[in-house]
Design a protein around this ligand. Structure first.
Ligand SMILES: Nc1ncnc2c1ncn2[C@@H]1O[C@H](COP(=O)(O)OP(=O)(O)O)[C@@H](O)[C@H]1O
Ligand SMILES: [Mg+2]
Length: 208
């Protein structure tokens, strides 16, 4: 039996990932399709605890590879405990960020190397990859402006890192697009929301 469709949503901050995810959810709901939207650590308690260690700002001695291993460990537990059972029950699964975020943020931006981070993640998820990864490509200046104009935004570590960081993130995703031309689709997220949404739904429809 073929497993249900697995989609991941990727891109920098302010690209519109969470907003478009709502649009995709509405699309599936209207069609009475069974789906799970999830974002690591996804309420899985072991993964939550691991993420707490990663995000604790006072742990300044955290080594980049330790961090990458912890992300991979949290990812595995979330996959095994939440995602695989959902797929077994026939649900389509949509990730708000998944393994590609690690390849970009830990592998490329922090400089561990995409290959090295891929290796530990490969061990963690045993080759599990989305069928479709939608990469929302946005000019970092546009992305940051969107975040700054959102009054109820959560300020996180990434917003504060500035333009250079966001440019590097975008570069990392460009590398992944070259590495995974079949799985990854670039969506121009500089457009107005309606255009971004319709481009997204078009890709989703191509895969269901
Ligand atoms: N295509 C778009 N055009 C203009 N504003 C957008 C667009 N997509 C999202 N936004 C707005 O930008 C902000 C960030 O969107 P969000 O979906 O949270 O981005 P992400 O999850 O990628 O960080 C929100 O206030 C959202 O309403
Ligand atoms: Mg988001």
């Amino acid at each position: 039996m073929k497993r249900p469709l697995v989609i991941s949503i990727e891109g920098g901050e302010g690209a519109g990932k969470s907003t478009v995810l709502k649009g995709i959810s509405d699309y599936f709901e209207k069609r009475n399709m069974d789906f799970l939207v999830t974002r690591e650590p996804g309420g899985v308690r072991i993964s939550e605890l691991i993420r707490h260690i990663i995000l604790e700002k006072t742990y300044t001695e955290m080594d980049p590879r330790t961090e990458a291993l912890l992300f991979a460990a949290a990812r595995r537990q979330h996959l095994v405990e939440k995602v695989l059972p959902a797929l077994d029950r026939g649900k389509i699964v949509i990730f708000d960020r998944f393994v590609d975020s690690s390849l970009v943020y830990q592998g490329y931006v922090r400089g561990i190397g995409i290959e090295a981070v891929y290796e530990i993640n490969h061990f963690a998820i045993e080759g599990f990859l989305p069928d479709l990864t939608l990469y929302f490509d946005v000019d970092p200046r546009i992305g940051m402006a969107r975040i700054e104009s959102n009054p109820d935004r959560e300020i996180n570590k990434l917003d504060l890192e500035g333009l250079v960081f966001h440019e590097k993130v975008r570069e990392g995703y460009m590398k992944l697009l070259e590495m995974y031309p079949k799985r990854m689709i670039k969506i121009d997220a500089n457009q107005d929301l309606e255009s971004v949404l319709s481009a997204t739904i078009k890709e989703v429809e191509r895969h269901i």
